[in-house]
Design a binder for this molecule. Structure first.
Ligand SMILES: Cc1cc2nc3c(=O)[nH]c(=O)nc-3n(C[C@H](O)[C@H](O)[C@H](O)COP(=O)(O)O)c2cc1C
Length: 285
């Protein structure tokens, strides 16, 4: 498959490096004072680079299935349309803390989300203690590191003989692990991104559709946060070390972490949206 390449117009680019800051997959870098897409194979085609660029210097190339266009918002768009267009996964935060009263409101709005048979069995663990966040960060990174042996080409090639799908999954994992190791070794925080707040949503381990209940609450919370000028991002990586994370959190017996997200005041704000050329597969009946 072709990598997700972008085109950087060097005539327009002013090398402000905002695109480098927001590229969490480290596909773009500054090299000799120039912005270059040095690792197109890492690119998720999220379009953050193009959406943040004040000079419109970045466009998606058309040789991959996630080709995107940067869109300007129509002034007559409703508030909810604007919110949905510009709400992106945020991973770069100011050090400013989020007021506890506001964090409490996050839960209030999350609880407005529906739940299967109105069980409302969700629990929230809000972590703002920096030491605790660091402990959680190390817990997840260590879990990834403990799977380093899988990175051996011998293991992945062997697996690939039995199942191509499993081989591909492992290759994907290997790429994630390499990125994460590099990031952690460079003193960055690849899991919780040094965010001032991390929210875990838990529910009974064996309940019916409890995962769905948590995920929908998470989405309500994130949208409410965005409306209050607070950025957020889902942290699926935390699921790799879920059991240890639950221990660190002191989660109640019989409950499970189903949704994790980070929150904070964003360094960068997006005023432009991203639209994918190849839309989803939709069948009308
Ligand atoms: C189930 C799920 C898990 C995710 N896990 C992570 C994660 O662990 N770390 C991260 O930085 N982003 C994570 N993301 C965010 C995606 O990378 C992001 O949605 C994608 O890059 C598109 O960017 P956008 O949300 O700004 O449109 C996750 C998203 C989903 C839906």
């Amino acid at each position: 498959m072709n990598p997700n390449t972008i085109f950087i117009d060097s005539e327009k680019c002013i090398a402000c490096a905002k695109c480098v800051d927001v590229c969490h997959s480290k596909a773009i870098e500054m090299k000799e004072s120039k912005v270059v897409q040095s690792n197109p194979q890492n690119c998720l085609s999220c379009g953050h680079c193009g959406a943040i660029c004040s000079q419109n210097a970045i466009t998606s190339t058309d040789n991959h299935r996630r080709e995107f266009r940067i869109t300007n918002l129509r002034t007559q768009s409703s508030e909810i349309e604007k919110l949905l267009h510009t709400k992106r996964s945020i991973r770069e935060f100011k050090s400013e803390e989020i007021d506890k009263e506001l964090l409490a409101k996050f839960v209030q709005y999350a609880e407005m989300a529906p739940s299967s048979t109105n069980q409302r069995n969700r629990e929230y663990i809000i972590v703002t203690d920096k030491k605790k966040i660091m402990e959680l960060e190390n817990t997840v990174v260590q879990k990834f590191y403990s799977h380093r042996f899988l990175v051996s080409p011998f293991v992945s090639n062997l697996l690939g003989i039995f199942s191509r799908k499993a081989g591909r999954k492992l290759a994907n994992f290997r790429m994630k692990l390499a990125k994460m190791s590099h990031s952690a070794d460079s003193g960055e925080f690849p899991i919780f991104r040094n965010a001032p707040a991390v929210v875990f949503i838990l529910a009974p381990r064996r309940g019916v559709q409890t995962k769905d209940d948590c995920i929908i609450a998470q989405q309500y919370m994130m949208l409410y946060a965005e409306s209050q000028g607070i950025g957020s991002c889902i942290i699926g990586y935390a699921q790799y070390a879920r059991k240890t994370v639950e221990k660190v959190l002191g989660a109640k017996k019989g409950t499970k972490v189903f949704a994790v997200s980070i929150f904070g005041y964003p360094i960068h704000k997006y005023s432009k949206g991203v639209q994918y050329i190849n839309g989803p597969d939709v069948k009308w009946i």
